[in-house]
Design a protein around this ligand. Structure first.
Ligand code: ARG
Length: 466
């Protein structure tokens, strides 16, 4: 209780102290906070605000503390890690030396700086996790360029696609997540240090940019009030992760559906399923279910973070302390989910025969192709063809012959069975898709190669950041 000896005094009951202390959550920023104090002290010495002797002693003690802070993490009555660090130094060196440690800085700029340092690393970790997942998806896509699969809209079988194309859809969503998260780095990578409580310090020569550089920041958060009050960089991260989780939970939902006995398109890896304590045959998709549930929790965190910041008056309020643990929680969830999903997808097996059967047993999946074909070749308005093919689709038994009969009757066109067979063949259906980005295997190979190149580029850029 370093600070309760002036304006406020006296022992505070433990249960009240614990209520307002952030010490237990500050473990995550403990080392970064020591680094921040070191950079500040070094700078105070450079500009002769403190003596070299005081500086060396404080820096020496901070180095010791840096090595041991996580091993001997404090659990006493401290408001936060910031108080503990100052207490540690004053306790070791006495107030005549240690008493200088908080000159020209406050907990407000210190905490915001430490959070940004840790967050920068965590963002890189998350980006690496996203890239790993993307690489797995791209490998799967390469394996399945020609694996036919039913595509769904409204959860009804719609048209023919390939597994590769489906994976690439998910890959591209992850690409946008990557870009969003990567884009936020620019805003996180700015130092609040030297903003002190809210209006900076009066120490001649204190150079915020120089201290920022020492700490590896690219720039400073310029306005000193903005620097200590703003947490939109946290909100942005939380929402970026929430969007990533949203994308992930959609693919997870697909996999759960695809593993249903009725479909059985996928066989989930053994380590990702669990059985029932009573029904011996069960293979429950447990990791996918937990991912789906966690994604829901993440949305909950995002809403609490938003609510916490909304209408919070300028500048620093202790409410901000409650935001930081949400950030770390969501980051941990995100990293874990990326690891689990990557493992699952790298080992998943698809039942290509089932997929093919599901595609071929339903000739109507190519009816939209047929409608386009008839419109273009025989000059019949699309809406008319659509109606006539819709009538056919209601029949219990659809054969090439009764299709051509019906078309002859209703549209007065003479379409040969061979011609129909050609159009309604699932593989031909894919090959006839001509637009950019379609599941035509030729086009998918182009998409894969393009993505392989950009993935390599992102991987090498990330390597240089860590
Ligand atoms: N524990 C606080 C936090 O995490 C540090 C800043 C406290 N500032 C203050 N004026 N009490 O945000």
């Amino acid at each position: 209780m370093l600070y309760r000896k002036g304006a406020v005094e006296g022992e505070v009951a433990g249960f009240i102290y614990n209520f307002t202390s952030s010490l237990k959550y500050d473990r995550k920023i403990a080392k970064a906070t020591v680094k921040v104090v070191m950079a500040h002290i070094e700078h105070l010495c450079e500009i002769n605000a403190i003596s070299t002797n005081v500086c060396h002693k404080i820096l020496g003690t901070l180095k010791e503390l840096y090595d041991e802070i996580l091993k001997n993490y404090p659990n006493g009555k401290f408001e936060d890690i910031h108080e503990y660090i100052e207490y540690y130094i004053v306790n070791k060196l006495g107030e005549d030396v240690g008493g200088y440690v908080n000159l020209g800085k406050s907990r407000n700029d210190q905490v915001a700086t430490a959070i940004r340092i840790v967050l920068k690393d965590e963002i890189i970790n998350i980006l690496k996790g996203v890239i790993k997942l993307q690489r797995i998806l791209l490998n799967k896509a390469k394996e399945h360029v020609e694996t036919l699969a039913p595509g769904y809209t409204h959860q009804q079988k719609a048209q023919i696609t390939t597994l590769a194309h489906h994976f690439l859809a998910f890959y591209d969503a992850l690409d946008r997540d990557y870009e969003r998260i990567h884009g936020s780095l620019k805003r996180i990578d700015a130092s609040p240090l030297g903003s002190v409580a809210m209006v900076g310090n009066t120490i001649p020569g204190y150079d915020r940019v120089r201290v920022a550089r020492k700490l590896g920041f690219s720039e400073i958060v310029e306005n000193t009030e903005d620097a200590i009050a703003s947490r939109d960089f946290i909100l942005e991260t939380i929402f970026n992760i929430a969007i990533l989780m949203n994308n992930i939970s959609r693919i997870v939902e697909d996999l759960i559906l695809w593993s249903m006995n009725e479909l059985s398109y996928v066989k989930l890896p053994e380590h990702h399923v669990a059985t029932s304590s009573i029904m011996p045959h069960k293979r429950n998709p447990v990791t996918l279910e937990i991912i789906r549930a966690r994604a829901a929790k993440v949305l909950g965190y995002a809403t609490s973070a938003y609510a916490l910041l909304k209408s919070l008056p300028y500048s620093y309020n202790l409410d901000l302390q409650e935001l930081t643990p949400i950030l770390w929680e969501i980051i941990d969830e995100c990293k874990e989910i990326l690891t689990i999903l990557s493992d699952l997808l790298s080992k998943i097996r698809f039942d290509e025969k089932k997929l093919l059967k599901s595609v071929s047993e339903n000739i109507t999946l190519c009816f939209s192709d047929l409608a386009e074909y008839i419109t273009l070749k025989y000059g019949v308005p699309f809406r008319k063809v659509h109606r006539v093919l819709g009538e056919i689709s209601k029949r219990k038994h659809i054969t090439l012959h009764n299709i051509s009969e019906h078309l002859r009757k209703k549209l007065s066109i003479n379409i040969k069975d061979r011609e129909l067979e050609e159009i309604l063949n699932p593989i031909n259906s894919l090959k006839r898709k001509s637009v950019t980005g379609s599941p035509n295997p030729k086009e998918v190979k182009v998409l894969i190669n393009k993505r392989l190149r950009s993935l390599l580029d992102k991987e090498s850029k990330l390597r240089s950041k860590s």
